[in-house]
Design a protein around this ligand. Structure first.
Ligand code: EPU
Length: 339
């Protein structure tokens, strides 16, 4: 049974903990709920916000429309062969719990993505990534419902057009689909991804004798806990900005001025620079302005200490963008979606 609530506080629906109000909110548990919802009068014309874990969202104002919270659950094995296993998860499954489910069964591929807040359905939207792995590496396909017609559609990996924190759902078909489930092709024999600096160091600290996907997952969890604030304790949405990709020629010019500037080669003429470093150099790391601020251990994360407003965080982000542009001539783009 669908229940449409009116004037609902969204505080517990976004990891920033912003207390904005939704005019209407409905929670959907399965495909039938989505179909029923889309046929209700007025639903097509109301502005809609499709919500997973609310972990990549900044509410800068009240939402004068319908929030659709996706609660579709269920994990199923679709098929397997000698080397791989195809696993499907409902869009409303908690991402980290799903990763743990796979790690416990020794299905490899998602272990580097442990402890990322959010839901399975939201993960492909921005091609979540961490410690050298992105969801696109194990993504097989997803099922979505076209909001305007109610028709189901499969999106293959190619059709998702994954890029760095990017997909077709942030571009060509933005706001047009509700993702209902996602399928992954996981591996029975693991390929370990430990080249990302902190992982090897952490495995050594943990005195890991034999490498396993469980050990990598544990190391990733340890690193994330040491750097990133737990949204249950301090409101945040992970990295607020994307790491900018600049021309390697510009990177070399910056190296003349700042010899220690970190950079990772992306392609022949592009270099990725950690936004956290740029922001820290501008003096923002650990800065607190009333109820909001920049995280003390990771300058790429903006935080709400409690009672902060989305508009204040937006203003802070604009100040950070302006100072990074002034000092380095680099435009930071936001990773978080503004409402
Ligand atoms: N750095 C600083 N100061 C800081 C933060 C970072 O100097 O305050 C520099 C250091 O040189 C460090 C480098 O930046 O070595 C990289 O930092 P880190 O390993 O913490 O990763 P990141 O580039 O800041 C990205 C992702 C994270 C992901 C980590 C690990 C983006 C926008 N962010 O952060 O993803 O967990 O790598 O792979 O690409 C997220 O998207 O929400 C997220 C947390």
């Amino acid at each position: 049974m669908l229940t449409i609530q009116s004037n609902v506080s969204l505080k517990s629906y976004n990891t920033f903990g912003i207390d904005a109000t939704a005019r209407y909110l409905v929670e959907v548990d399965n495909d039938e709920d989505i179909q029923t919802l889309l046929q209700l009068p007025d639903v097509q014309t109301l502005p809609k916000l499709i919500l997973g874990g609310g972990s990549n969202l900044l509410l800068t104002q009240d939402f004068n429309g319908l929030v659709v919270k996706i609660n579709i659950k269920g994990i199923q094995t679709i098929k397997e062969d000698q080397d791989n296993i195809w696993v499907q998860a409902g869009a409303g499954e908690n991402w980290h719990e799903f990763v743990m489910y796979c790690v416990e069964r020794k299905w490899a591929g998602l272990e580097n993505l442990s402890l990322i807040p959010g839901t399975v359905g939201a993960a492909p939207m921005q091609n979540i990534g961490a410690y050298g792995v992105e969801i696109k590496d194990t993504f097989y396909r997803l099922e979505a419902v076209h909001i305007a017609t109610g028709q189901k559609r499969i999106f293959t990996r190619e059709e998702c057009k994954f890029g760095y924190r990017d997909s077709v759902f942030k571009n060509e078909v933005k706001g047009e689909y509700i993702i209902s489930s996602v399928q992954f092709k996981l591996h029975k024999t693991p390929t370990f991804h430990i080249s990302y600096g902190d992982i090897q160091k952490t495995l050594d600290q943990m005195s890991v004798k034999e490498l396993s996907i469980k050990a990598i997952s544990d190391a990733v969890i340890k690193i994330r806990k040491s750097k990133l604030p737990d949204p249950a304790e301090i409101g945040n949405a992970g990295s607020f900005f994307k790491n900018p990709e600049i021309l390697t020629s510009q990177y070399h010019q910056l190296q003349q001025l700042y010899p220690e500037i970190p950079g990772y080669v992306v392609s022949e003429d592009t270099t990725k620079v950690p936004a956290g470093w740029l922001i820290e150099q501008c003096g923002w790391k650990g800065k607190r302005l009333g109820n909001i601020g920049v995280h003390t251990k990771q300058a790429l994360v903006l935080v709400n200490y409690g009672g902060g407003k989305g508009a204040e965080i937006k203003q802070l982000s604009e100040k950070i963008q302006a100072s990074v542009e002034e000092k380095f001539g680099i435009k930071l783009l936001t990773e978080v979606n503004f409402i």
